[in-house]
Design a protein around this ligand. Structure first.
Ligand SMILES: [Zn+2]
Length: 163
């Protein structure tokens, strides 16, 4: 069993969506290589950073990314395998790239409750504006909305009776 720590630049832009790991971005790979009967089992963890734009408000974002991987590199000629040991080496690039690309968020956001863009002006809504605007009512309370206008009126009637 061998363990390696690699720190390599991404050889190309990884990812085709709103966010991607940029070419040259530092990619840290902690990998453990274990000899097993069929070949070499590579498992480990990748730490890098992705960047791009928020899917709601289009602001530039950059977030850390951490993903684990595990794959068997089979000795050649035994059985058809996705990954094979070649010249006593395992090439981790495809494995690492696939692990990263598959874990990139499909709809990345700058923050979990990003208010997005104003549908009228197209401006980015700030947190304050998002809080002030009347949020759509929880659908579970929708049936009660018909009753709410009566509440202040009935209070008023009670007060008139008292006065
Ligand atoms: Zn956003």
């Amino acid at each position: 069993m061998r363990e390696h720590e690699l720190d390599v630049p991404a050889p190309a832009k990884w990812g085709e969506g709103l966010v991607a790991v940029a070419q040259g971005e530092s990619v840290r790979v902690d990998v453990r290589l274990e000899s097993v009967h069929e070949g070499i089992l590579a498992s480990g963890e990748v730490v890098t950073k992705y960047s791009g734009i928020c899917s709601r408000c289009l602001t530039d974002i950059a977030e850390p990314l951490q993903v684990e991987f595990q794959e068997l590199f089979a000795y050649p000629g035994v059985e058809a395998a996705d990954f094979e040991v070649q010249d006593n080496h395992v090439d981790l690039e495809t494995l690492v790239r696939d692990a990263i690309v598959l874990s990139l968020p499909f709809q990345p956001v700058c923050q979990p409750d990003c208010p997005g863009l104003d549908p009228v002006t197209g401006e980015r809504l700030t947190d304050d504006a998002g809080a002030e605007s009347s949020e759509p009512a929880d659908p579970r309370w929708a049936a009660l909305q018909d009753f709410t206008p009566d509440v202040p009126r009935s209070r008023g009637e009670i007060q008139t009776e008292e006065s």
